[in-house]
Each structure stands twice: as structure tokens, then as C-alpha cells.
Design a protein around this ligand. Structure first.
Ligand code: GAP
Length: 469
């Protein structure tokens, strides 16, 4: 059973690097805070997660449309969305060591709530009243600059940005804005009947002042979003249904229910009327936000209609009614999902008289579905048969791995650590040393360590059955 402490987080970070899941970004130059790269095993896990999420939110639903919108947008978009003015963290700087603190978070730790909508002045007054109780987490001093709102949007330039009058463009602060911009195109080209959904996996960038906790808080992230367009005021029932649907999805990918819980936001962000998080019990952090489910009402489309001057009303073909749809949103950071899935799958258990580390991924998520070995790599006849089995399986199940490094025991440990559900060993019996066992192999189950003799002709179905569950 996974512990929930700093040590576990350290073990996960180390396993992720050692086994090719996640590397620190720009590592040979000393890294860049808040940026990570997904290695060969990580990208497979990430792709499996995206495929499972896309299936649940596009293919298994009706009236849900996929989208992949461009990252750069007209700068007016971020004014309309409220991000240039409202997307900020309140920061103060320690006068001794220059460390910056999130004032709302530090106040929260001493039981004082800072409302997200508070003006800078009101927040400074609140901070002043409680300053004596807040120490710099870096040096322990209690001497801070006044609070300043620090905008999280990342600015850059396009084209001839040296000429006068050119203005910066922003990297997306949240991926969903692309959906609002293409809402009209989707209505015009697909003629969806309301209610309908638009679904996207897209990159977002946030100038987080203190990115931390491995994949939890990044500066470059990917968000998997669904925006569900409904008739005005028909939000209550649909919102509850969407919340339940998202909860059940985590259970369907094997997350343990005791590691999930709901949290309703007390302080709402500028666009939301109601907001609930699905929280996960992250190692070293405890329960914290995994996914946000927001009732955004008609805020976004009204803003874009006002700023662009384009009519974004939906016309109901049956009743002739014309209205701005309300939007219910689900949004999850894939890196947080990745961290939750790895943490949930991480076990240390006793097997064959020793301790092992095993990632008990749902087979659908496992980066490698099965590893094929020759019992001995210096026996050409075993290697030839094992290659034959490996290549035949790989045609139908691409995430199959060849492994002939070290002895079989070491291969099992390595495959357990990357969460491979099945190991297949080709031995002398496969070649017919025991005539009854000819053309059979040993199939080892990752979770129990048990081995059974299986006909080569049955292998594909055995593996595919486990993927279908
Ligand atoms: N469009 C709504 C939106 O962006 P959010 O609560 O700010 O809402 C949604 O973000 C999700 O994106 C979060 O629940 C979290 O999973 C992920 N997320 C947000 N900021 C993140 C960060 N700095 N690093 C990693 N994931 C993040």
C-alpha cells in the first residue's frame, strides 16, 4: 500500500527518472523550474491516459466534438476572458532573502481566508493585520514588501516584434479559450443540437512563481477539457451528472476511491458561479486538486461576444429560441493525472523472499503490455523462437517489449517497476523438450508473480482480454 509522505514522493521521482518516465527539463544545463520531459515509458503512459480520456469524452458520448485549436490567439482574447486583469497570484517578497510568498496561501495556513476577488488594497490591509504571524518559509524572517498581484500569463512576441507599436501575444493561460473561439465554427459546421460538448487536450502555460511538487505544479502543462453547452439555467442536474461521470472515470482507470474526495470552492475564480474539485491524496501533499469542474454560466461567450462584436447566440432549430449557451466545464492537468496514476499504482511488496517495487497500472494504462524473453540469450534456438513470438504479438499489440538483459529474475523486477502486466518466457519446453509443452510459454502475472503455461496461439487473446476490461 502506498505511503503518503515525502519519502514516497522521492521514491516516485527517482523511479520516474531511472525507468524513463519523467526527466527534469534541460537537465544538462541545470534544469528549468517547473518544466519536465516525458521519457519513453512516460510518453506511452501519457498517450494511454489521453486515449482513455478521449474515448470516454468523445467516442463514448453522443454530441461531443473533438478540437485541436492553435496555441497563439489574438491578444484581445485574454482581455475578453479576464486573464490580463484577473489571472494573478498575490505575492509579497521577503526583504531579507527575496523569496516570494503566496500571501493567500500563507494566510490560509494560519486560518485566515483571503477572498479571490479582494482588491490589492484590501489584501494588503488583511496581510498587515496578520503579518506578525507569518514567517518566510526560506529564512524565517517576518519582514515583507507590500502585496502585489502577479499575473500568471506568459508573454511572448510574434513576427516583427522590434518595430514600434507591435504588441506581445500570450501563451494560453488555460486551454479552454480555444474552445470558446471555435464554438461558432463548430455550431455552423456540425449543427449540434443543444446540449452538446466540445472536447480538447491542449497546452497551457502559467508563470507559477513557485512551481513545485514534481508534476503537480508546472509552468508548462497540458489540460484535458470538456466544455458542455446547455440552455441557460439548466445547469443544476447536468452539473451533478457531469461530476458523477468524472468521478466514475477515475475509478474506471483503477484509481482507488479512498484516495479521491470532493471539495467545493469557497472562493470562486472570476469566471465561475460554482466550482468543485476532485482531489487526490498526493504523496507529500495530501489531498489536493486533481480536476476542476466549473459552472461558468454564460460568462465566456458573453465576454467574447462583447469584445469581438460577433453574435455568439445559439439558435434552437426546433423552438426558434435564441440565447447564449451556459457552459459547464471539466478541466484536468494531464501531469497531475499522471502523478495520481503513478502514485496510486506504486506498491512495495514481498515476492519470492524479497522486496520488490511494482507499479500496478490498469493494463490499459501500462506503457508496456507484455515483455517477451528468451530464457537464455546465448541459445540461438531460444532467441529465434522468442523473436518469432515477439514480432507476431507486436503486429496486433504494438506496446510489446523485447527484453534479454540480465537473468530472468532481474527482468521480472525491471518489468514490475515499469508496471508491465505480463512477462512471457520462451524456454526449452517451448521448443519441444517436453513434447506435451511444445509451443507453450510461461506467462507471468505482474501482481501475483504466478506463472502458468499458455499456448503461444492463446497469448494474443489473453493480453487483449485484460486490455478490454
Ligand atoms: N479552464 C479552467 C482552468 O484552467 P484551473 O483550475 O486553473 O481551471 C484546471 O485548472 C486543472 O489544470 C487543474 O485542476 C489542474 O489539474 C491543472 N493545473 C492547473 N494549474 C496547473 C499547474 N501549474 N501545473 C499542473 N497542473 C495544473
Amino acid at each position: 500500500m502506498a505511503e503518503s509522505d515525502n519519502t514516497l514522493m522521492e521514491k516516485i521521482v527517482s523511479l520516474c527518472k531511472r525507468r524513463g518516465f519523467v526527466y527534469p527539463g534541460s537537465e544538462i544545463y541545470g534544469g528549468l523550474a517547473g518544466i519536465y520531459d516525458f521519457g519513453p515509458r512516460g510518453v506511452e503512459l501519457l498517450n494511454n491516459l489521453k486515449a482513455a480520456w478521449w474515448r470516454a469524452n468523445v467516442y463514448d458520448k453522443e454530441n461531443h466534438f473533438g478540437l485541436d485549436s492553435g496555441m497563439f490567439k489574438n491578444p484581445r482574447v485574454w482581455e475578453a476572458s479576464g486573464h490580463t486583469s484577473g489571472f494573478s497570484d498575490p505575492l509579497a517578497e521577503c526583504r531579507k532573502c527575496n523569496a516570494r510568498i503566496r500571501v493567500d496561501k500563507e494566510l490560509g495556513k494560519i486560518g485566515v481566508t483571503a477572498d479571490e476577488k479582494m482588491s490589492e488594497q484590501a489584501l494588503n490591509e488583511l496581510f498587515d493585520a496578520h503579518r506578525a504571524k507569518i514567517a518566510c518559509p526560506n529564512c524565517g524572517k517576518k519582514d515583507f514588501t507590500p502585496v502585489r498581484a502577479f499575473n500568471l500569463l506568459v508573454k511572448t512576441n510574434l513576427g516583427d516584434f522590434t518595430s514600434e507599436g507591435s504588441e506581445p501575444v500570450y501563451l494560453p493561460g488555460e486551454a479552454c479559450q480555444g474552445i470558446y473561439l471555435d464554438y461558432k465554427n463548430i455550431v455552423d459546421s456540425m449543427q449540434p443540437k443543444i446540449p452538446f460538448g466540445i472536447v480538447q487536450i491542449g497546452k497551457a502555460f502559467r508563470n507559477e512563481i513557485s512551481p513545485r511538487n514534481f508534476l503537480f505544479r508546472l509552468r508548462e502543462l497540458e489540460q484535458a477539457d470538456t466544455q458542455f453547452f446547455i440552455k441557460p439555467h439548466q445547469n443544476k442536474e447536468a452539473y451533478e451528472k457531469i461530476k458523477q461521470d468524472r468521478w466514475n472515470w477515475y475509478l474506471s482507470i483503477g484509481i482507488r476511491e479512498e484516495n479521491l474526495r470532493w471539495k467545493q470552492h469557497e472562493n470562486l475564480v472570476f469566471y465561475a458561479k460554482d466550482a468543485w474539485d476532485i482531489e487526490y491524496n498526493f504523496p507529500s501533499l495530501g489531498f489536493d486538486e486533481l480536476e476542476g469542474i466549473h459552472d461558468r454560466t454564460d460568462y465566456d461567450l458573453s465576454q467574447h461576444m462583447k469584445f469581438s462584436g460577433v453574435d455568439l447566440q445559439y439558435v434552437d432549430q426546433e423552438s426558434g429560441e435564441k440565447f447564449i449557451p451556459w457552459i459547464l466545464e471539466t478541466s484536468v492537468g494531464l501531469s497531475r493525472m499522471f502523478l495520481a496514476v503513478i502514485s496510486d499504482a506504486y506498491y512495495e511488496d514481498e515476492l519470492g523472499g524479497g522486496t520488490r517495487v511494482v507499479l500496478r497500472f490498469h493494463p490499459r494504462l501500462a506503457p508496456v503490455k507484455a515483455a517477451v524473453f528468451p530464457l537464455l540469450k546465448n541459445k540461438p534456438e531460444l532467441v529465434a523462437k522468442a523473436r518469432e513470438v515477439y514480432l507476431a504479438l507486436k503486429k496486433d499489440i504494438p506496446q510489446i517489449m523485447w527484453d534479454d538483459n540480465g537473468n530472468v529474475g532481474k527482468r521480472y523486477r525491471r518489468q514490475d517497476e515499469i508496471g508491465t502486466p505480463w512477462c512471457i518466457t520462451i524456454d526449452f519446453d517451448t521448443l519441444g523438450e517436453t513434447p506435451d509443452l511444445k509451443d507453450t510459454v510461461t506467462l507471468r502475472d505482474r501482481d501475483t508473480g504466478q506463472q502458468e503455461r499458455v499456448a503461444i496461439s492463446d497469448l494474443k487473446a489473453r493480453i487483449q482480454d485484460s486490455l478490454a476490461q
